[in-house]
Ligand binder design. Sequence first.
Ligand code: SF4
Length: 140
Amino acid sequence: MPIGNVHLFGDRGWVSSADLRESIRDRWGLTESQVRGAGPADVFQIPGAKGTLGFISQMSECFCDRCNRMRLSADGWLRPCLLNETGQIDLKTALRSGTSTAQLQEQVSSLLAIKPEINFKGRDSGNKGIYTRTMSQIGG
Ligand code: SF4
């Protein structure tokens, strides 16, 4: 995702998952898998293959409504959403100052509980200048 580079959101500098699936289906066949992961991937299978193919299609098939991802940034913040810093926890400082595991568990549980309300709701328009950190600065 071109996070922090809002002008790249509409540039189609990416291939849609539907197009990728079509190419794979044309060549090898592709069916929905019975296997379901715990994350946001849509899981498919090539007939006869042992493994599965998971598509995390944030650019072409926004899944913010059902996102269950959290991210630990390179500078130690636990972020509930890549595009919304609301409620993020400064884990680095907490750990270095001796915050107990029980306290941290409580903080993380509370953050998880409100994550559905924090999830970014306008992914199609990029971050609209909400903040300017790029994916690599966040730690992606
Ligand atoms: S809710 Fe946030 S982290 Fe999840 S997919 Fe949307 S923008 Fe990304």
